[in-house]
Design a protein around this ligand. Structure first.
Ligand code: PMT
Length: 222
């Protein structure tokens, strides 16, 4: 049994990919399995936190002692997270949120026609950026960055732009890191400029490291 270092803390975690409908039978999504976010939610619950997991599309079972809210689109995810955010202490966005959605979702199944077809997309809200604009000094906000190049530079840019306390940057071009595997390789960057290189490890182990650093930065003493 773990130390109850997060007892009394309210934690929001997002996980898995969103799904943006095209018509009643088709959608746009991504390769996120939910493993990273579910591991984080489970670790928080084991440390005694009160955890809400806002989950995109996955078949993973609900972690023990975690309230799971299943959502589909980015906008569903946003409204559910925003409902819990004002009251939360720590929020971690591990979900792979679709940056765009289909402009006009067809009411009926689209029929096959021309050789080339075009679907118009419009930008989705950036959930994390919105939270960064609302957060108070007492709230700790964590983002992820999935990058295939310039990992550190892009992640530092996101940390600044989205007003985060921490960002977990994974180089998803590496086979054992990122989407749909049990392991990850990450750089954890905090607002004070500290960079912790996390070598290849299980996502469950990375979840522990993430909370060890959060507890240190929030001055939580177990
Ligand atoms: O689910 P797994 O298979 O275990 O894979 C884990 C993972 C690769 C999905 C995870 O480790 C990860 O990197 N998640 C973030 C993926 C992502 O969308 O990264 P991004 O660099 O595009 O977005 C940056 C941050 O902004 C993320 O925290 C994201 O949740 C958030 N975001 C992005 C777009 C958007 N419209 N709203 C957001 O809140």
């Amino acid at each position: 049994d773990k130390k109850q270092s997060l007892a009394g803390k309210k934690v929001i975690v997002s996980a898995a990919g969103t799904r943006e409908p095209i018509d009643p039978v088709r959608y746009i999504s991504n390769r996120s399995s939910g493993k990273m976010g579910y591991a984080i939610a489970e670790e928080a619950a084991q440390r005694g936190a009160d955890v809400v997991l806002v989950s995109g599309i996955t078949n993973l079972p609900a972690p023990e002692n975690v309230k799971v809210i299943k959502v589909e689109s980015a906008r569903d995810m946003q409204s559910n997270i925003e409902q819990y955010f004002p009251d939360s202490d720590i929020t971690i966005m591990a979900a792979a949120v679709s940056d765009y959605r289909v402009k006009e979702v067809a009411e009926q199944k689209i029929k096959k026609s021309d050789e080339v077809m075009t679907i118009e997309l419009v930008k989705n809200p950036d959930i994390l950026k919105g939270l960064g604009e609302k957060k108070t000094d007492k709230q700790f906000l964590v983002g992820f960055a999935a990058e295939t190049q310039n990992v550190l530079e892009y992640a530092q840019g996101k940390l600044q732009r989205k007003n985060l306390d921490m960002i977990v940057a994974n180089d998803v071009s590496q086979a054992q890191a990122g989407f749909n595997v049990d392991t990850n390789i990450a750089k954890i960057i905090t607002r004070d400029g500290q960079i912790k290189q996390a070598p290849l490890m299980k996502k469950t182990e990375l979840a522990q490291l993430i909370f060890d650093i959060i507890e240190e930065k929030m001055n939580i003493k177990a």
